[in-house]
Design a protein around this ligand. Structure first.
Ligand code: P6P
Length: 336
């Protein structure tokens, strides 16, 4: 008997075409471009151990981090794929110092979307075979269509996003994204290169028992965060919680969305605004979290309300099950 046919990502995009607000099919084409790039990066990531592609590429990015060859390769693949589709007017990337202006063949192009990406998040895990991911965020431009894109097109608050998502290159490769109508997860069948709808309507449980933070930085955290971590460890009610931290935001987020939990990257005496980048890490993950009935803040302010001032600015980031993030915010508020 033929098994139940799972819907493919392509079928899902066509079915939901009409729900993309004022989309003339361009947003669908954009998601399709990301789908293609995800398959190419997946192929490279999966064979990384077999060819001499591991190790630093010898350069450092604007973050001052050693660029791994796979970082650079993933960046090039996503940028080239998006350029080829002539749907976007600009791209910003963790691996690019400045934003990239896309001048379509037709100078008076009508491309109205900008894309911001972290092409390979969790890159410190690349050489040790731990899952990594790609994060993307999509906005409509705010400057006139047909003119060169400007910085203000990228410095929009996260609440303006029209779509966001991630690809997690893990034990299986998944594409998880939202266009503002809930969150859906698609699993790649590598044998035929097709993504199937495996996790429809993903939602954070209202609360959970997993907290994810690099406890090695504990002594540097603000007092409110220290108090919340101790709260998670107390023997009371449904506690102590379990500590799970992969060191790859996409993987920690994905597990917590399925099982319930909170991910924390606080500011500290070592990093006054935390480590995660607001535009292409915090905002897309915050959009997904809220669309999945979760919550995302910097400890006091909703992440998607923050007005960005720089392309690579960082923000403290707390994200996950609603009740857990609310509890964390209470502890921070008590120390305010
Ligand atoms: P730390 C990866 O570099 C990343 O941006 C996130 O994916 C991850 O959660 C975090 O940084 C890990 O940072 O300082 O705990 O090693």
């Amino acid at each position: 008997m033929v098994g139940k046919k799972h819907k493919t990502l392509g079928e899902f995009i066509i079915e939901n075409q009409t729900s993309f607000q004022y989309s003339s099919g361009e947003l669908s084409k954009l998601i399709n471009a990301i789908r293609l790039a995800a398959k190419v990066v997946n192929h490279e990531v999966n064979k990384a151990g077999l060819v001499d592609i591991l190790g630093a590429a010898g350069d450092t990015n604007i973050q001052g981090e050693n660029q791994q060859k796979l970082d650079v390769m993933a960046n090039d693949i996503f940028i080239q794929t998006l350029k080829n589709r002539e749907i976007v007017c600009g791209i910003a990337s963790e691996e690019e110092d400045d934003f990239i202006t896309i001048n379509s063949n037709d100078e008076q192009h009508q491309n109205k979307y900008v894309v911001l990406i972290d092409p390979l998040d969790g890159s410190s895990n690349i050489d040790v075979n731990v899952s990594v991911g790609t994060i993307f965020s999509i906005y409509r431009r705010v400057t006139p269509v047909g003119t060169p894109v400007k910085l203000k097109d990228f410095l929009q608050p996260g609440k303006n996003q029209v779509a966001a998502g991630y690809i997690v290159y893990g034990t299986s490769t998944m594409l998880v994204y939202t266009t503002g109508h809930g969150v859906n997860g698609f699993t790649l069948n590598p044998a035929i290169g097709t993504f199937y709808l495996s996790h429809p309507d993903m939602r954070f449980p209202e609360t959970g028992k997993i907290y994810s933070v690099n406890e090695g930085n504990y002594i540097h955290f603000p007092q409110g965060v220290k108090d919340y971590i101790k709260y998670c460890q107390e023997e009371e009610d449904d506690r102590p919680y379990t500590s799970r931290y992969i060191g790859s935001l996409v993987s920690d987020f994905h597990r917590n969305m399925i099982k319930g939990g909170i991910y924390m990257y606080p500011k500290s005496s070592l990093a006054s605004n935390g480590k995660l980048r607001l535009l292409y890490e915090c905002n897309p993950m915050a959009f997904l979290a809220e669309q999945a009935n979760g919550r995302a803040s910097d400890g006091t302010t909703r992440i998607m309300e923050i007005k960005p001032t720089e392309l690579h600015e960082r923000a403290p980031f707390f994200c996950g099950s609603n009740k857990m993030v609310e509890k964390l915010e209470e502890f921070i508020d008590q120390q305010a």
